[in-house]
Design a protein around this ligand. Structure first.
Ligand SMILES: [Zn+2]
Ligand SMILES: [Zn+2]
Length: 273
Protein backbone atom coordinates (compact mmCIF):
# COMPACT_ATOMS: atom_id res chain seq x y z
CA UNK A 1 0.00 0.00 0.00
CA UNK A 2 1.14 3.54 -0.75
CA UNK A 3 2.55 5.62 2.03
CA UNK A 4 0.21 8.16 3.49
CA UNK A 5 0.82 11.88 3.72
CA UNK A 6 0.30 14.08 6.74
CA UNK A 7 -2.21 16.91 6.60
CA UNK A 8 -1.69 19.48 9.37
CA UNK A 9 -4.00 22.24 10.58
CA UNK A 10 -1.87 25.40 11.00
CA UNK A 11 -4.73 27.73 11.81
CA UNK A 12 -8.39 27.07 12.63
CA UNK A 13 -9.69 30.51 13.63
CA UNK A 14 -12.20 32.37 11.47
CA UNK A 15 -12.31 36.05 10.54
CA UNK A 16 -9.34 37.47 12.42
CA UNK A 17 -6.43 36.30 14.52
CA UNK A 18 -6.91 36.32 18.28
CA UNK A 19 -4.66 35.67 21.24
CA UNK A 20 -6.11 34.77 24.59
CA UNK A 21 -5.15 32.45 27.45
CA UNK A 22 -8.48 30.62 27.17
CA UNK A 23 -8.01 29.99 23.44
CA UNK A 24 -4.74 28.10 23.63
CA UNK A 25 -6.18 24.69 22.74
CA UNK A 26 -7.77 25.60 19.42
CA UNK A 27 -5.44 28.51 18.81
CA UNK A 28 -5.87 32.01 17.49
CA UNK A 29 -4.21 31.76 14.08
CA UNK A 30 -6.44 32.03 11.02
CA UNK A 31 -7.06 29.36 8.39
CA UNK A 32 -4.12 27.54 6.84
CA UNK A 33 -3.40 23.86 6.19
CA UNK A 34 -0.25 22.06 5.07
CA UNK A 35 0.59 18.79 3.30
CA UNK A 36 4.35 18.17 2.87
CA UNK A 37 4.90 15.87 -0.13
CA UNK A 38 8.57 15.17 0.55
CA UNK A 39 11.57 16.16 -1.58
CA UNK A 40 11.18 19.81 -0.47
CA UNK A 41 7.72 20.13 -1.99
CA UNK A 42 4.82 21.36 0.16
CA UNK A 43 1.13 21.92 -0.56
CA UNK A 44 -0.48 24.76 1.40
CA UNK A 45 -4.20 25.43 1.49
CA UNK A 46 -4.93 29.04 2.44
CA UNK A 47 -2.46 31.48 3.90
CA UNK A 48 -4.03 32.83 7.06
CA UNK A 49 -1.74 33.66 9.95
CA UNK A 50 -1.36 29.93 10.69
CA UNK A 51 1.08 29.81 7.78
CA UNK A 52 3.67 31.54 10.00
CA UNK A 53 4.41 28.07 11.37
CA UNK A 54 6.01 27.14 8.05
CA UNK A 55 9.57 28.39 8.18
CA UNK A 56 12.22 26.94 5.89
CA UNK A 57 15.06 29.33 6.82
CA UNK A 58 17.03 26.58 8.51
CA UNK A 59 17.43 24.74 5.21
CA UNK A 60 19.65 25.83 2.35
CA UNK A 61 17.71 23.64 -0.09
CA UNK A 62 15.27 25.42 -2.45
CA UNK A 63 11.65 24.73 -1.59
CA UNK A 64 8.66 24.36 -3.89
CA UNK A 65 5.24 25.41 -2.64
CA UNK A 66 1.90 24.70 -4.28
CA UNK A 67 -0.65 27.00 -2.71
CA UNK A 68 -4.42 26.65 -3.10
CA UNK A 69 -6.57 29.53 -1.87
CA UNK A 70 -10.22 29.13 -0.92
CA UNK A 71 -10.80 32.88 -1.43
CA UNK A 72 -9.21 36.26 -0.82
CA UNK A 73 -10.75 37.50 2.40
CA UNK A 74 -7.93 38.78 4.56
CA UNK A 75 -8.05 36.00 7.15
CA UNK A 76 -7.16 33.52 4.38
CA UNK A 77 -4.22 35.39 2.85
CA UNK A 78 -2.85 37.83 5.40
CA UNK A 79 -0.20 35.39 6.62
CA UNK A 80 1.52 35.83 3.25
CA UNK A 81 2.73 39.36 3.93
CA UNK A 82 5.29 38.23 6.48
CA UNK A 83 5.70 34.67 5.16
CA UNK A 84 9.47 34.24 5.20
CA UNK A 85 9.69 31.60 2.42
CA UNK A 86 8.18 34.04 -0.09
CA UNK A 87 11.22 36.30 0.42
CA UNK A 88 13.76 33.56 -0.38
CA UNK A 89 15.10 33.75 -3.91
CA UNK A 90 15.64 30.00 -4.16
CA UNK A 91 11.98 29.17 -3.51
CA UNK A 92 9.25 28.66 -6.10
CA UNK A 93 5.55 29.23 -5.52
CA UNK A 94 2.62 28.21 -7.67
CA UNK A 95 -0.44 30.00 -6.30
CA UNK A 96 -3.87 28.72 -7.34
CA UNK A 97 -7.22 30.40 -6.85
CA UNK A 98 -10.55 30.99 -8.54
CA UNK A 99 -10.85 34.55 -9.92
CA UNK A 100 -13.08 36.82 -7.85
CA UNK A 101 -14.49 40.34 -8.10
CA UNK A 102 -13.01 40.68 -11.59
CA UNK A 103 -9.49 39.79 -10.42
CA UNK A 104 -7.31 36.82 -11.15
CA UNK A 105 -5.34 35.24 -8.34
CA UNK A 106 -2.21 37.37 -8.93
CA UNK A 107 -4.08 40.65 -8.67
CA UNK A 108 -6.21 39.50 -5.74
CA UNK A 109 -3.23 38.32 -3.67
CA UNK A 110 -1.12 41.27 -4.79
CA UNK A 111 -3.72 43.63 -3.34
CA UNK A 112 -2.50 43.09 0.22
CA UNK A 113 1.04 44.03 -0.78
CA UNK A 114 0.08 47.40 -2.22
CA UNK A 115 0.91 50.77 -0.72
CA UNK A 116 -0.21 52.26 1.58
CA UNK A 117 -1.14 48.92 3.22
CA UNK A 118 2.24 47.28 2.72
CA UNK A 119 5.69 48.55 1.72
CA UNK A 120 6.82 45.83 -0.73
CA UNK A 121 4.84 44.87 -3.87
CA UNK A 122 4.26 41.13 -4.23
CA UNK A 123 6.17 41.19 -7.53
CA UNK A 124 9.27 42.41 -5.66
CA UNK A 125 9.37 39.57 -3.15
CA UNK A 126 12.39 37.46 -4.02
CA UNK A 127 10.91 34.01 -4.70
CA UNK A 128 9.78 32.84 -8.15
CA UNK A 129 6.00 32.87 -8.46
CA UNK A 130 3.54 31.36 -10.90
CA UNK A 131 -0.17 32.06 -10.73
CA UNK A 132 -2.95 29.74 -11.81
CA UNK A 133 -6.53 31.00 -12.19
CA UNK A 134 -8.65 27.96 -11.42
CA UNK A 135 -11.75 27.14 -13.48
CA UNK A 136 -12.78 24.09 -11.41
CA UNK A 137 -10.77 21.72 -13.61
CA UNK A 138 -9.23 19.00 -11.39
CA UNK A 139 -5.48 19.21 -10.73
CA UNK A 140 -2.94 16.60 -9.70
CA UNK A 141 -0.03 17.65 -7.49
CA UNK A 142 2.34 14.76 -6.91
CA UNK A 143 0.22 11.93 -5.48
CA UNK A 144 -2.69 14.27 -4.66
CA UNK A 145 -5.80 14.52 -6.83
CA UNK A 146 -7.53 17.83 -6.16
CA UNK A 147 -11.06 18.74 -7.24
CA UNK A 148 -13.03 21.89 -6.50
CA UNK A 149 -16.57 22.98 -5.74
CA UNK A 150 -18.25 26.33 -5.38
CA UNK A 151 -19.14 27.32 -1.81
CA UNK A 152 -21.69 29.88 -0.70
CA UNK A 153 -19.82 32.93 0.62
CA UNK A 154 -19.68 36.68 -0.14
CA UNK A 155 -17.40 37.15 -3.21
CA UNK A 156 -17.37 33.35 -3.53
CA UNK A 157 -15.18 30.67 -2.02
CA UNK A 158 -13.86 27.35 -3.24
CA UNK A 159 -14.10 23.98 -1.52
CA UNK A 160 -11.32 21.48 -2.14
CA UNK A 161 -11.55 17.70 -2.21
CA UNK A 162 -8.05 16.27 -1.80
CA UNK A 163 -7.56 12.59 -2.50
CA UNK A 164 -4.33 11.29 -1.01
CA UNK A 165 -2.71 7.85 -1.21
CA UNK A 166 -4.55 6.70 1.92
CA UNK A 167 -7.55 8.92 2.51
CA UNK A 168 -9.73 11.68 1.10
CA UNK A 169 -10.37 15.00 2.76
CA UNK A 170 -12.81 17.80 1.94
CA UNK A 171 -12.28 21.40 3.03
CA UNK A 172 -15.51 23.40 3.10
CA UNK A 173 -14.66 26.73 4.67
CA UNK A 174 -15.84 29.50 4.37
CA UNK A 175 -19.36 28.37 3.54
CA UNK A 176 -22.89 29.29 4.52
CA UNK A 177 -25.31 26.41 4.11
CA UNK A 178 -28.77 27.23 2.80
CA UNK A 179 -28.47 27.55 -0.99
CA UNK A 180 -30.23 24.44 -2.22
CA UNK A 181 -28.28 24.08 -5.46
CA UNK A 182 -24.84 24.65 -3.94
CA UNK A 183 -25.63 22.44 -0.94
CA UNK A 184 -26.86 19.63 -3.21
CA UNK A 185 -23.68 19.72 -5.26
CA UNK A 186 -21.63 19.83 -2.07
CA UNK A 187 -23.19 16.57 -0.85
CA UNK A 188 -22.12 14.90 -4.08
CA UNK A 189 -18.68 16.52 -3.91
CA UNK A 190 -18.15 15.40 -0.31
CA UNK A 191 -19.63 11.94 -0.74
CA UNK A 192 -17.66 9.16 0.95
CA UNK A 193 -14.77 11.37 2.14
CA UNK A 194 -12.81 10.21 5.15
CA UNK A 195 -12.60 13.71 6.61
CA UNK A 196 -14.80 16.76 6.22
CA UNK A 197 -13.44 20.06 7.54
CA UNK A 198 -16.54 22.23 7.77
CA UNK A 199 -17.15 25.84 8.69
CA UNK A 200 -18.80 25.97 12.14
CA UNK A 201 -18.30 29.59 13.01
CA UNK A 202 -21.75 30.10 14.53
CA UNK A 203 -24.21 28.32 16.74
CA UNK A 204 -27.64 27.84 15.13
CA UNK A 205 -29.07 30.55 17.43
CA UNK A 206 -26.32 33.06 16.56
CA UNK A 207 -26.77 32.41 12.86
CA UNK A 208 -30.54 32.75 13.08
CA UNK A 209 -30.50 35.93 15.16
CA UNK A 210 -27.56 37.87 13.75
CA UNK A 211 -25.47 36.36 11.02
CA UNK A 212 -27.64 35.28 8.09
CA UNK A 213 -25.81 36.17 4.89
CA UNK A 214 -22.43 36.58 6.58
CA UNK A 215 -21.11 33.52 4.76
CA UNK A 216 -20.61 31.05 7.56
CA UNK A 217 -22.29 27.89 8.77
CA UNK A 218 -23.17 26.31 12.11
CA UNK A 219 -22.09 23.01 13.66
CA UNK A 220 -25.55 21.75 12.71
CA UNK A 221 -24.91 22.45 9.02
CA UNK A 222 -21.65 20.52 9.31
CA UNK A 223 -23.48 17.57 10.87
CA UNK A 224 -26.11 17.63 8.11
CA UNK A 225 -23.51 17.53 5.34
CA UNK A 226 -21.44 14.88 7.15
CA UNK A 227 -24.49 12.63 7.43
CA UNK A 228 -25.78 13.17 3.90
CA UNK A 229 -22.33 12.63 2.38
CA UNK A 230 -21.57 9.68 4.64
CA UNK A 231 -18.13 10.91 5.72
CA UNK A 232 -16.11 9.10 8.36
CA UNK A 233 -15.14 12.11 10.47
CA UNK A 234 -16.42 15.66 10.81
CA UNK A 235 -13.90 18.33 11.82
CA UNK A 236 -15.42 21.66 12.79
CA UNK A 237 -13.31 24.68 11.89
CA UNK A 238 -13.31 28.45 11.32
CA UNK A 239 -13.98 28.99 15.01
CA UNK A 240 -15.52 32.33 15.87
CA UNK A 241 -12.87 34.77 17.17
CA UNK A 242 -14.96 35.30 20.32
CA UNK A 243 -15.35 31.59 21.13
CA UNK A 244 -12.97 30.32 23.81
CA UNK A 245 -11.85 26.71 24.20
CA UNK A 246 -14.64 25.66 26.54
CA UNK A 247 -17.26 27.18 24.24
CA UNK A 248 -15.75 25.33 21.27
CA UNK A 249 -15.87 22.14 23.34
CA UNK A 250 -19.55 22.64 24.21
CA UNK A 251 -20.41 23.28 20.57
CA UNK A 252 -18.46 20.18 19.51
CA UNK A 253 -20.29 18.05 22.10
CA UNK A 254 -23.63 19.17 20.68
CA UNK A 255 -22.46 18.18 17.19
CA UNK A 256 -21.06 14.85 18.43
CA UNK A 257 -24.43 13.99 19.96
CA UNK A 258 -25.77 14.00 16.40
CA UNK A 259 -22.68 12.80 14.52
CA UNK A 260 -20.46 10.88 16.97
CA UNK A 261 -17.18 11.09 15.10
CA UNK A 262 -16.91 14.88 15.39
CA UNK A 263 -13.91 16.87 16.61
CA UNK A 264 -13.00 20.55 16.52
CA UNK A 265 -9.93 21.63 14.54
CA UNK A 266 -6.99 22.93 16.51
CA UNK A 267 -3.52 24.13 15.56
CA UNK A 268 -1.37 21.05 15.15
CA UNK A 269 -4.18 18.58 14.38
CA UNK A 270 -2.79 16.00 11.99
CA UNK A 271 -4.63 13.63 9.68
CA UNK A 272 -3.18 10.89 7.51
CA UNK A 273 -4.35 11.10 3.93
ZN1 LIG B 1 -12.66 33.30 6.69
ZN1 LIG C 1 -14.36 34.59 3.96
Amino acid sequence: MNEGLTFTVLGARGSWPVSDPDMLIHGGRTTSFMIPLGDNVTVLIDAGTGIAKVDDLDTAVPQTYYMFLTHYHLDHIQGLQFFKPIYREANTFTIHGVPSSGMGVEEAVGGIYRAPWFPIPLSETSSTKHYVDLDFTPIDVGPLHITMARLSHPQGATGYRIEGPRATLVIATDHEAGDEEIDGKLVEFTSGADYLLHDAQYTPAEHHEMYQGWGHSTWEDGVNLARKADVAQLILTSHDPARNDSAVRRLTELAAARFPNTVAAYEGLQLEI
